[in-house]
Write a protein that binds this ligand. Structure first.
Ligand code: PXG
Length: 290
């Protein structure tokens, strides 16, 4: 594998970042998780845009123009003969002192890893996930804003550990007010009649790129897409429930906190959206090989 670091490519074992990089010392940095399908990078411009928004929010100047960064992602995929895979793009605050002051970090580092992704087992898409609500709540907007895809994912990692301890792969995270925010690495959707519902970004959901894509696909399919505040009660009484994310794509949920959702099997709307999403991922995106 060839890993991109600050304009150069390194073999796996030579691809290293300093222990004095504040990305490691403080989780000070931002990242994106991107998928490639069928020789194309899916929604690349959207991921680059979100990376720049995250960076702006933490006053991190990415030392590269968006178009050049997008080209570097494609180049990294090409050098690794990637047709279907996963790209981790990150920007760290860079090497600094042992104090947390980022002003001591003179040069942010850009890393691009193009590899394979560990997917959920295929059976989950057939039978649906069982998930739980966990005690760790989503970050407050007044703290590290949940819209920032920062290198400090500890809050979500704690929620993931709580999910795993309960024997589940994913977990619903509520916000501090008790409304549903999202899952640890996925956005949450409900189907209720002709309506497709997902928590608003103000509830603490990440501005998920798969979320946006699925909302578009749902509108095209004639569903009424809304973003109301949602509670666990709404989840329990939905017709269908599913999660979206770059890694998970569109994955059905059939049980939440011991309550069976709808008929207990992945529903027709979820199945149709899974199919529409696959069609789109296979046919669109930034070409890697021209
Ligand atoms: N919420 C959170 C907190 C996320 O981290 C999503 C929602 C879905 O967003 P996208 O833009 O991907 O639709 C994410 C994304 C991983 C992994 O390694 C995590 C994500 C994406 C890809 C891989 O677990 N999280």
């Amino acid at each position: 594998m060839k890993v991109y670091i600050d304009g150069q490519f390194f073999d796996d074992d030579a691809a290293k970042i300093s222990v004095f990089d504040h990305g490691l010392l403080y989780g000070d940095g931002v990242f994106e998780g991107i998928r490639a399908y069928n020789g194309r990078v899916f929604k690349l411009a959207e991921h680059i845009e979100r990376l720049f928004y995250s960076a702006k929010a933490i006053l991190l100047t990415i030392p590269m123009a968006p178009a050049d960064l997008a080209a570097a992602v494609v180049e990294t995929c090409r050098l690794n003969d990637l047709r279907d895979g996963y790209v981790r793009l990150l920007v760290t605050r860079g090497v600094g002192t042992l104090g947390l002051n980022p002003n001591k970090c003179k040069k942010p580092s850009i890393v691009i890893i193009a590899g394979k992704i560990q997917l959920y087992p295929a059976e989950y898409y057939e039978t649906g996930l069982t998930i739980v609500t966990v005690p760790t709540t989503r970050n407050l907007h007044s703290a590290v804003n949940p819209a920032i895809k920062s290198l400090n994912y500890l809050n979500n990692i704690l929620a993931k550990i709580e999910a795993n301890n309960a024997g589940c792969e994913e977990a619903i995270m509520l916000n501090a007010e008790g409304y549903v925010a999202e899952c640890t690495g996925d956005n949450l959707f409900l189907v209720k009649g002709k309506h497709l519902l997902t928590p608003p970004l103000s509830a603490g959901a990440l501005y998920g790129i798969t979320r946006g894509t699925v909302m578009d696909l749902a509108r095209e399919a004639g569903l009424i897409v809304q973003e109301p505040n949602l509670t666990r009660y709404d989840v329990f009484n939905a017709d269908e429930c599913f999660l979206t994310g770059t890694g998970a794509e569109v994955v059905p949920v059939v049980k939440v906190d011991g309550r069976v959702i709808g008929s207990g099997v992945p529903g027709p709307v979820t199945r149709a959206l899974v199919k529409a999403y696959h069609t789109l991922t296979n046919a669109t995106g930034e070409p890697i090989y021209v």
